[in-house]
Design a protein around this ligand. Structure first.
Ligand code: GSH
Length: 202
């Protein structure tokens, strides 16, 4: 295994998927959390001026999905065949688009507009997306093949944010998606990380 150093801010954000995957694979890595001035100094030396960045034996990789996919490949959670890999990628790309819609609710500065966008998301966008993801998950609770992939972990991570941002029983009745959530949270490495990880809301 190469040496890994993951740099992000002191939050879950776009780095938590990578952290959960490291935990699932039992992979040792340096979990570096920067802030303020430290980030401003580091920024020009990162590939795209953004975090997260994963250093793999000193080589810097950015873009949270590229990072997560690399870790998934290293730990055997990218899919067992090219088709499973494509299915996992499909879910992760769809989750990315869905996540962008979710973010729109929170970048809005105008409080009235914000509430309107949030309501629209919660009442329309979210149930439509959940219906689709439910059909794409197997009865055993996997998005690709018959074992845990980074797509399952990605869904779990994103849904964790939704749960905080708009608490509610959004997964009620989604049998397959509840299984996905259970498969991820009961993975021994992930269960341990969820208990031990540093406190942060997002
Ligand atoms: N598409 C990129 C987006 C990265 C991104 O937006 N990073 C933000 C934090 S979530 C960042 O670095 N912000 C600080 C800055 O731009 O100076 C990814 O998925 O990694």
């Amino acid at each position: 295994m190469p040496t890994y150093k993951l740099t992000y801010f002191n939050s879950k954000g776009r780095a938590e998927l990578a952290r959960l995957l490291f935990a699932a694979g039992g992979v040792m890595y340096e979990d570096v959390r920067v802030e303020g001035e430290q980030w401003q100094q580091l920024k020009p030396n990162t590939p795209m001026g953004q975090l997260p960045v994963l250093e793999v034996d000193g080589t810097m990789i950015c873009q949270s999905k590229a990072i997560a996919r690399l870790i998934a490949k290293d730990i055997g959670m990218a899919g067992k065949t090219p088709l499973e890999e494509a299915q996992a990628d499909m879910i992760c790309d769809s989750l990315e688009e869905f996540g962008e819609k979710m973010r729109l609710c929170f970048v809005q500065k105008d409080e009235n507009k914000k509430e309107e966008i949030k309501r629209e998301f919660e009442e329309k966008t979210l149930p439509v997306a959940l219906d689709r993801f439910e059909k794409l998950a197997s009865a055993e609770g996997y998005f690709a093949g018959n074992s845990l992939t980074w797509a399952d972990v990605n869904f779990f991570t994103l849904f964790g944010f939704i749960d905080i941002l708009m608490p509610g029983d959004h997964l009620k009745g989604y049998v397959n998606l509840n299984k996905v959530m259970g498969n991820v949270s009961s993975n021994p490495g992930i269960a341990k990380w969820l208990k031990e990880r540093p406190e942060s809301q997002f």
